[in-house]
Design a protein around this ligand. Structure first.
Ligand code: ZN
Length: 108
């Protein structure tokens, strides 16, 4: 039986022979505090578990959230699904999508 990560509110499974998941292990190692969120420092390696394995991570930086949301959108995930995975409201996803569309129009 796989253990759950010991960090409160984390829904991931603990890494083998560990009490916490890989994401939190990495975060702890980098920041010395798993709850510390450095909004301007992105952790690209935190995104694949969310996008590819659809594992919720509500501790992503704002930049990583938007990247994950874009990648999930490209893979056909619904705004509701994405919102749940990254811990924002579906409204936020719709807003980001609209902003991205506006930016693409400007670039074209
Ligand atoms: Zn965890």
């Amino acid at each position: 039986m796989t253990r759950r990560c010991r960090i409160p509110n984390c829904t991931r499974n603990a890494a083998p022979h560990r009490l916490i998941c890989w994401t939190h292990k990495n975060r702890l190692y980098r920041n010395q505090d798993p709850h510390l969120k450095l909004r301007n420092i992105t952790h690209p390696e935190d995104i694949p578990p969310v996008v590819e394995d659809r594992l919720p991570d509500h501790g992503l930086t704002i930049t990583d959230r938007r990247t994950a949301a874009r990648q999930l959108t490209a893979r056909g995930a619904t705004p509701e699904e994405i919102a749940e995975l990254i811990g924002v409201t579906p409204r936020t996803i719709y807003r980001w999508r609209a902003q991205d569309r506006a930016r693409h129009r400007q670039a074209a």
